[in-house]
Design a protein around this ligand. Structure first.
Ligand SMILES: Cc1ncc(COP(=O)(O)O)c(C=O)c1O
Length: 375
């Protein structure tokens, strides 16, 4: 079976380094808030050319904490894409706000031309989602943000290292939110997330929210580093074991991305001239191919046949947000979200991760082409 993804190939390859980074973290005497965390925050900020960075417990928390930092309240509205991952919406709802869904464009990204129509006096932020590794049009989004004085929180969970006009995603908005979920571009061996910001006051605030509201930055604060809460926060710590593993892997992240792009190019070459709608690198952007997502109206047949040929695929995501029970009560107008529905019925992703072999990609392409001739 060619698995859609498994951490085990990576683990096999880097086992010595991963085990030694765990041992190193444990030998230092801190489970939380030690040197590994400090190093990770410093290196991540440097790599992605931002000013400040805060590691948190997950990508979902990164979004929730960013929303909390903006003092989002009940009845506020946050705009995002109808085809996003559930956690984008969970974060919005858990902040107290209402998600406002916008349909997607041909490339599965929020349709920037439809955003202004849903902006209201209650709109506080837009969360563009750089889905599958492809950057949203940040020119259009920042322009809308400035025009209506609403903040942009970038959901970069699937697009670490992607660029728009040569600038890294996560550095355009007020906050850039990342996920270290194991399947991601930079995956931990557990949960983890990260927030980038260029704003010192928000940096301080996010650090407080991450840790029960305790002040850890502002030297002038009377209660700095004391067990005293300045504002209601939560617990979203990234432990030293995960930070240590991430520090090791961060050194290789460019290599991982290059390998993804290399394998994606093989898929693109081999599958051109087939009836599949293939992903592509949009003008002005750098796609990091977190996923290799294709579209075909006869998706179910193809996916079933691939499975019989021992090739695992995934549908990311099979239901747009407004079609799920948890969110139906928000009464989204599905007539305005039709593209997300159509696309969700025909998309599927082929295996793509750095440890996948070129021979496996070629094999997958050969089988896909054989299947396509008969469906
Ligand atoms: C687009 C998107 N946003 C947010 C998240 C949430 O990240 P996490 O699983 O680390 O909470 C994910 C990951 O599943 C994601 O793909």
């Amino acid at each position: 079976m060619i698995k859609f993804w498994s951490y085990q190939r990576e683990y096999k390859k880097y086992k010595i380094n991963i085990i030694s980074s765990i041992k190193k973290s444990l030998s230092k005497g801190n489970i939380f808030f030690g040197n590994e965390l400090k190093t990770l925050e410093k290196s991540f900020v440097k790599k992605y050319k931002s000013k400040y960075g805060i590691a948190v417990g997950s990508g979902t928390d990164a979004l929730l904490i960013s929303l909390k930092a903006l003092d989002i309240k009940k009845n506020d509205e946050i705009i995002t894409a109808a085809n996003t991952a559930i956690p984008t919406i969970a974060a919005i709802i858990n902040s107290g706000a209402k998600p406002i869904l916008v349909d997607i464009d041909e490339d599965y990204l929020i349709d920037c031309n439809k955003i202004e129509k849903v902006i209201s006096p209650k709109t506080k932020a837009i969360i563009p989602v750089h889905l599958y590794g492809q950057a949203c049009n940040m020119d259009k989004l920042t322009k809308i943000g400035r025009k209506y004085k609403i903040e942009i929180i970038e959901d970069c969970a699937q697009a670490q290292g992607a660029k728009f006009k040569n600038k890294f995603v996560g550095t355009f908005g007020k906050f850039g939110c990342f996920s270290f979920y194991p399947t991601k571009i930079l995956g931990a061996y557990g949960d983890g997330g990260f927030i980038l910001t260029n704003d010192f006051n928000y940096y301080k605030k996010i650090k407080r929210i991450r840790f029960y509201g305790i002040e850890t930055v502002d030297k002038k604060n009377k209660f700095k580093d004391e067990y005293y809460s300045n504002e209601n926060g939560l617990n979203s710590r990234l432990d030293e074991i995960q930070a240590g593993i991430l520090n090791f892997k961060l050194k290789y992240v460019e290599k991982f991305i290059k390998r993804r792009i290399y394998l994606a190019k093989i898929y693109l070459k081999e599958l051109q001239n087939t009836s599949l709608k293939l992903p592509y690198n949009r003008k002005f952007s750098k796609h990091v191919y977190h996923l290799f997502t294709v579209y075909h109206p006869r998706k179910n047949q193809i996916v079933n046949k691939l499975y019989k040929k021992k090739i695992q695929t995934r549908v990311i995501y099979p239901y747009p947000i407004h079609k799920m029970k948890a969110y139906k009560k928000l009464k989204f107008d599905r007539k305005k979200l039709l593209k997300s529905e159509i696309k969700s019925k025909g998309i599927f992703s082929l295996p793509l991760y750095p440890e996948l072999k070129k021979s496996e990609v070629l094999k997958i392409c050969k089988i896909v082409k054989e299947i396509l001739e008969k469906v």
